[in-house]
Design a protein around this ligand. Structure first.
Ligand code: B12
Length: 294
């Protein structure tokens, strides 16, 4: 996907005249920058936001480096999950990309795409694997594809917001599930946070160092696997104490957080869905809100 595009490319992609497009830029409907020579240039995330808000469809998305059916293909969440599941099982990255980016262009919030379509598709993939209907390599390849699509979504749907509240997080030792922590980063960035996933399999001690040094407003721990419950409870408690002492909110989520484990942990919030995290993230910055920039 191109990051910066010209008015001519956008006009062709939307199917309007270049002069109309330039007028929309000048009216402030589309964010625009200027080259040293004074020519208009458009950041792709601004173009996509305009498409989402105005309900316009892309007639020639290929000009912008977007999948060919974007804007005209799958436009509803129901149905998308099955299409994504099948594409991932077949290793078809093009279709997987189309499904996700089409939903985004249709105005579906990123957290909904992640909860309902991506997590939903993997739920079904996990069941197919458990029933020996698919091979491990198909599941693993599906993860690789979704990771690439998530990075693309991050570039399309979010802008870096250095003034946004800071969030960091990841998974701890033994937990190599990379999708949830990557999704948390994208979802928080979509709502204006300066969020960074630190990655997977990080010992509690190093997560604690990160919390002390970065002093984030929010720290997230994604918990898909807990190998040693006692060691987890001890390591987590130390991390939580450090975070709480400096005013960092600690949000936890993930399939391994069963009720017996949860009752032994302290946390600011436990979220079962990315959508809940978004609600929480919004409430954390209200009422004063993020500092507006000029
Ligand atoms: C991909 C995958 C793997 C991959 C992960 C690769 C990678 N690099 O990420 C690999 C190959 C490592 C793997 C290994 C194993 N897996 Co596996 N795996 C999966 C699979 C298919 C998808 C997981 C995933 O990423 N889902 C996408 C995320 C986004 O969704 P989610 O995890 O459901 O998260 C939801 C919530 O928990 C929440 N959430 C999660 N984290 C967070 C964090 C925050 C902050 C918030 C707010 C929310 C949140 O958001 C999501 C809701 O929308 C699941 C099936 C499934 N149902 O999910 C099986 C599954 C989890 N695996 C399973 C098993 C059995 C295993 C193995 C034991 C297999 C084996 N015999 O080796 C190993 C164990 C690995 C280990 N480390 O211990 C079982 C677990 C069964 C059980 N009862 O616990 C499952 C359920 C498959 C099945 N149906 O049987 N697996």
């Amino acid at each position: 996907v191109k990051e910066i595009v010209t008015p001519k490319q956008v006009a062709r992609a939307i199917g309007v005249s270049e002069s109309s497009l330039k007028r929309w830029c000048d009216e402030g409907l589309l964010p625009v920058t200027r080259t040293a020579g004074g020519h208009r240039r458009l950041p792709i995330h601004g173009v996509l936001r305009f498409l989402r808000d105005s309900g316009r469809e892309l007639v020639d998305p290929g000009v912008l480096g977007l999948p060919r059916t974007s804007g005209t293909g799958e436009r509803v969440v129901s149905g998308a999950r099955g299409r994504l599941r099948d594409a991932l099982i077949q290793g078809d990255e093009t279709i997987a990309r189309q499904v996700v980016i089409d939903l985004y262009l249709a105005g579906v919030a990123v957290h909904r795409i992640c909860d309902e379509v991506i997590a939903g598709a993997f739920e079904e993939i996990g069941n197919a694997w458990a029933c020996e209907e698919i091979e491990v390599y198909q599941e693993r390849r599906g993860c690789e594809i979704v990771l690439r699509v998530l990075f693309e979504l991050r570039a399309l749907a979010t802008t870096s917001n250095p003034n946004g509240p800071i969030a960091i997080g990841g998974t701890t030792s033994g937990d190599n599930y990379v999708l949830p922590t990557t999704i948390v980063e994208v979802v928080l960035r979509e709502v204006g946070w300066n969020a960074t996933s630190l990655g997977t399999e990080l010992p509690f001690a190093t997560l604690e160092r990160a919390v002390e040094r970065v002093r984030p407003r929010l720290f997230w721990l994604s918990v898909a696997v807990v190998d040693d419950v006692e060691a987890f409870v001890v390591g987590y408690e130390k991390l939580y104490t450090t975070a709480a002492s400096q005013g960092t909110a600690v949000v936890i989520g993930g399939r391994a957080l069963v009720p017996e484990l949860l009752e032994r942990l302290r946390f600011t919030a436990h979220c079962e869905k990315f959508g809940r995290l978004v609600d929480l993230a919004r409430s954390l910055v209200a009422p004063e809100g993020p500092v507006p920039t000029a």
